[in-house]
Design a protein around this ligand. Structure first.
Ligand SMILES: NC(=O)c1ccc[n+]([C@@H]2O[C@H](COP(=O)([O-])OP(=O)(O)OC[C@H]3O[C@@H](n4cnc5c(N)ncnc54)[C@H](O)[C@@H]3O)[C@@H](O)[C@H]2O)c1
Length: 385
């Protein structure tokens, strides 16, 4: 058992620490003096005043989350105009006040019937702390306002690292955030990842981690990113892993599979523990020698499945088919002696060569394996590129 534990304060200790912390925060950041004349007033003083700047996918959820905190008061939310989320806020009867970050958009906001409670500066002045969830990069500009008013702020993952004093995860490095003025959260993937890894780390310690992330490309309603929908997760081990063990019984395998709403190919990330160490160069050379494996570079424009699909069309191959799998060179790495790489699988065409091999074997057309696959490769025009 690792000697690291979750915070386990009693509620009363929490309240006492909360009062102390608020006092400290208000003193540190020149916020109005903490004054407790009686218990009721003290309780009221304990309500940290929070503002959310940027009321989009994350800001909306931050506002809800803050509203549910009994020791926090959501002073309001700021955005640049009558976005759909702001219009929905209006239709919900304005549970939170709205502050307009772009004064020139006042006419549009008024036309949408959204009451305006003030400017961004007004909101910042009223709050003890700001949660900035604006579009990536905007937070860094807003920071000037927070600095000017001496207010602490928490930025989201889209901001660059230098926007904050601390890169923060609630479980993994809480202590480093204590008392800091500017904190930046990890991104969505990283937050979930660290949550899980930290959990195991507390139990037994973690030496290394291997990930497979098939990332969603957009949030619901992100029309500018295309028309997208859900992922579906299969239980472990995926049939590909168990099938591999049937075909190669000397190899142990397991893995997770996530269905994504794309039609042009699969992406597989692999972590191989080899019996003998290989360098990255040796791995690349081995792939290069294989007639049914191609190495492509992200740098050259092969950013993923769609780029490869388009390339196949540009080649004018039959049905735009590609029989090879495509290893992305920039994903090949040696990590703690393990070999890691990611590759694209053109699902409609990849089985064709091996199926033809099967014909050759079944019919003893070639009894020597190298000769059998060699013939298939020859006729399918598969060779090293
Ligand atoms: N979407 C996710 O799944 C996700 C997950 C974790 C972290 N993040 C991060 O959260 C941040 C916000 O992302 P999002 O997905 O919520 O974006 P979003 O586009 O949904 O919301 C951003 C909001 O900020 C507003 N805005 C832009 N400029 C502003 C300004 N000057 N003042 C006030 N408001 C302004 C926009 O109008 C918009 O409503 C980014 O840093 C992003 O990387 C996003």
């Amino acid at each position: 058992m690792i000697e690291r534990h979750y915070m386990s304060e009693t509620p009363s200790a929490s309240v006492a620490n909360g009062a102390h912390l608020l006092n400290q925060i208000r003193q540190t950041w020149s916020i109005e003096a903490f004054d407790s004349k009686n218990a009721q007033q003290e309780e009221a003083q304990l309500m940290i005043k929070v503002g959310v700047v940027g009321y989009g996918v994350i800001g909306l959820r931050l506002a809800t989350g803050v509203s549910l905190q009994k020791d926090m008061e959501l002073i309001g939310v700021a955005d640049v105009g009558p976005t759909l989320t702001i219009r929905a806020l209006g239709e919900r009867g304005m549970p939170y006040d709205f502050y307009l970050a772009k004064p020139e958009n006042r006419p549009q906001v008024e036309r949408a019937g959204i009451p305006i409670s003030g400017t961004l500066e007004d909101l910042v002045q009223k709050c003890d702390i700001i949660l900035d969830a604006t579009s990536a990069g905007v937070g860094a500009r807003n920071k000037d306002v927070y600095v000017r008013h001496g207010k602490p702020a928490v930025f989201q993952g889209g901001e660059s690292g230098d926007v904050a004093d601390v890169f923060f995860h609630g479980y993994a490095n809480y202590g480093q955030g204590v008392g800091q003025q500017f904190l930046k959260l990890t991104s969505c993937n990283t937050t979930g990842l660290i949550r899980a890894v930290d959990c195991i780390d507390r139990e037994v310690g973690v030496k290394n981690v291997v990930l497979t992330i098939v990332r969603r490309v957009a949030d619901p309603g992100d029309y500018h990113r295309g028309l997208t929908n859900a992922l579906k997760v299969d239980s472990v081990p995926s049939h590909q892993a168990t099938d591999l063990m049937l075909i190669m019984p000397h190899v142990k395998a397991t893995g997770v599979l996530v269905h994504t709403p794309v039609t042009h190919g699969h992406f597989i990330s692999v972590n191989i523990k080899p019996k003998k160490q290989m360098s990255k160069d040796e791995v690349l050379k081995a792939f290069h020698r294989h007639p049914r494996i191609r190495i492509v570079r992200i740098e050259d424009g092969f950013q993923g499945n769609a780029a490869i699909f388009r390339y196949a069309r540009d080649l004018a191959s039959p049905h735009s088919d590609l029989y090879s799998i495509f290893v992305f060179e920039e994903t090949v790495t040696i990590f703690e002696g393990n070999i890691i790489f990611g590759f694209h699988v053109p699902q409609e065409a990849v089985v064709i060569p091996e199926t033809i091999d099967a014909v050759r074997a079944a019919l003893r057309m070639q009894e020597i394996p190298a000769e059998g696959v060699g013939m298939t490769n020859k006729y399918l025009n598969l060779s090293q590129v």
